[in-house]
Design a protein around this ligand. Structure first.
Ligand SMILES: NC(=O)c1ccc[n+]([C@@H]2O[C@H](COP(=O)([O-])OP(=O)(O)OC[C@H]3O[C@@H](n4cnc5c(N)ncnc54)[C@H](OP(=O)(O)O)[C@@H]3O)[C@@H](O)[C@H]2O)c1
Length: 173
């Protein structure tokens, strides 16, 4: 497994949609750096379980936790579960992303709203939920996965561009 330079022993990390893709690689890397990792998934429990097994096989510690991170009540339950099983979240990686390829002429209001909710609102909800714990421990790291589409054209569509531009604004704020 790739190793990160920081020592994250005794740290708890949460990776939204850490069950596959870039999120999976981040979860595995954080575990290799010593963190105990909560692997969020929305639907694919078995994929999250495989990431947990991969981390445990390498000597790390991980759990999987279900939540649709665009839904406030789900986020509250997810953070409560992680805190009760692992402790306060020290490292939050807002990785979950959505964006169906669609041009502006055919983009629906539903898809626009869903993309903003998954890519932008989720980061707000998760960040707000972990901040009390980070403040109490006076330590915390939050990583938001943006995209070059935030500042350029890109192929996915204006809904995706807008969501990532908003995420960068949230990050700077
Ligand atoms: N791949 C790239 O080239 C690229 C480039 C720039 C930026 N990024 C960003 O990097 C991040 C990871 O990209 P990726 O390519 O690995 O992911 P991806 O496959 O594009 O992400 C889609 C996944 O996000 C999960 N998801 C969607 N809505 C969710 C929700 N409400 N709650 C929890 N999970 C949800 C879904 O998981 P389930 O189907 O399992 O529910 C879905 O499979 C994203 O934020 C993406 O925008 C990616």
């Amino acid at each position: 497994m790739p190793a990160l330079s920081p020592d994250l022993n005794n740290r708890v990390a949460l990776v939204t949609r850490g069950s596959r893709g870039i999120g999976r690689a981040i979860a595995v890397s954080l575990a290799a750096a010593g963190a105990t990792v909560a692997v969020n998934y929305r639907q694919r429990e078995s994929e999250a379980a495989r990431v947990v097994s991969q981390i445990e096989s390498a000597g790390g510690r991980a759990i999987s936790v279900r939540a649709d991170v665009s839904v406030a009540d789900d986020v509250k339950l997810m953070i409560a579960e992680v805190e009760s099983r692992l402790g306060v979240v020290d490292v939050l990686v807002n990785n979950a992303g959505a964006g169906t390829f669609c041009d502006i002429d055919t983009l629906t209001e539903v898809e626009f709203d869903r993309t903003l909710a998954v890519n932008l609102k989720s980061a707000f909800l998760c960040t707000q939920a972990v901040l009390p714990g980070m403040r109490a421990r006076r330590w915390g790291r939050i990583v938001n996965l943006s995209s070059a589409a935030a500042r350029g054209g890109g192929l996915v569509g204006v809904h995706y561009n807008a969501s990532k531009a908003g995420l960068e604004g949230l990050t700077r704020g």
